[in-house]
Write a protein that binds this ligand. Structure first.
Ligand code: NAD
Length: 273
């Protein structure tokens, strides 16, 4: 089978997107396809992966896209994913390590089982996918983009395993960028603030009154709102494209300015005039 189409900044490239059944992964798979890539839509939910594929086929005529059910925390399953993509599309140019889970636990409350599950998914998944795709990426001088988070750069209550995994993604990105630069392979990560996806919907619900929580989240951001998944997708497509040919080992913050402000906008809160 031939790969991709020749139009767009990712023309003729083949991408694997993990966690592509929803949110950031789905929006990115679609944006990659719009930009000419063939896409392997990988997710632990076969149903959601198929929904993404249907969405892409409806919008991007002639795009080569396939769903694949994978639990990225299992190296055996990841090996099957990489083999499937390489055989089905003939090459692998882009790996977007995006699958991730979030659970609310403090360092006092988290169990070892939960810690292992979150670390194995968020960090282990990126490690297994990266390691097993290297022989393919060497051939194409490919690109890896990892999904870290604002919580990879800053702490937050009841988020210990998530914060640890997302900080480690930054380390994985930097170190693998150093190891793989000699092959012309670039490795970057993105650090989004809050994004309108099912993950954040669950956060809203966690606070009891989901509507009030949604409003509070939006107001926390200097731009008055959280991100849309499509906005994150455009950054990933740029990093995966040849336009980013000298960018590697870097963490790309995309957070509507929230990390640029001092103490989460403390000044308005202590304005007693
Ligand atoms: N939404 C945010 O505010 C936000 C902010 C920063 C970073 N992130 C990160 O972005 C990534 C995508 O999150 P999202 O917000 O789109 O969430 P989401 O829940 O909408 O999508 C995550 C997808 O990953 C899949 N998935 C979960 N475990 C998996 C596994 N073991 N193997 C394969 N697929 C698996 C889910 O089925 C789902 O389709 C995650 O890594 C998340 O940590 C999200």
């Amino acid at each position: 089978m031939s790969a991709g189409n020749d139009s767009g900044v990712l023309g003729e490239k083949v991408a694997i997107v993990t966690g592509a059944g929803s949110g950031i992964g789905r929006a990115t798979a679609l944006e990659m396809a719009r930009n000419g890539a063939s896409v392997c839509v990988a997710d632990i939910s076969e149903e959601k992966a198929k929904e993404t594929v249907d969405l892409i086929r409806k919008e991007v005529r002639g795009c080569e896209v396939e769903p694949f059910k994978v639990d990225v925390s299992s190296e055996d399953e990841v090996q099957m994913l990489i083999s499937f993509a390489a055989v089905r599309f003939g090459r692998i140019d882009i790996l977007f390590n995006n699958a991730g889970i979030y659970e609310w636990f403090s360092i006092e409350d988290i169990s070892t089982e939960t810690w292992d599950r979150i670390l194995n998914t968020n960090l282990g998944g990126a490690f297994y996918c990266t390691k097993n795709s290297i022989p393919h990426l060497i051939k194409t001088r490919g690109v890896i983009v990892n999904t870290s988070s604002a919580l990879g750069l800053q702490g937050s209550t009841e988020s210990v395993a998530y914060c640890a995994s997302k900080s480690a993604i930054i380390g994985l990105t930097r170190a693998s960028a150093m190891d793989l630069a000699k092959y012309g392979i670039r490795v970057n990560c993105i650090a989004p603030g809050s994004v309108e996806t099912s993950m954040v919907e669950r956060d809203f619900a966690h606070f009891g009154d989901a509507e009030k929580a949604r409003k509070a989240y939006n107001e926390l951001y200097p731009m008055g709102r959280i991100a849309k998944p499509e906005e994150i997708a455009k950054l990933v497509v740029f990093l995966a494209s040849d336009a980013a040919s000298f960018i590697t080992g870097a963490t790309h913050v995309i957070d509507g300015g929230i990390s640029a402000q001092w103490a989460e906008g403390l000044a308005p809160k202590i304005n007693v005039r």
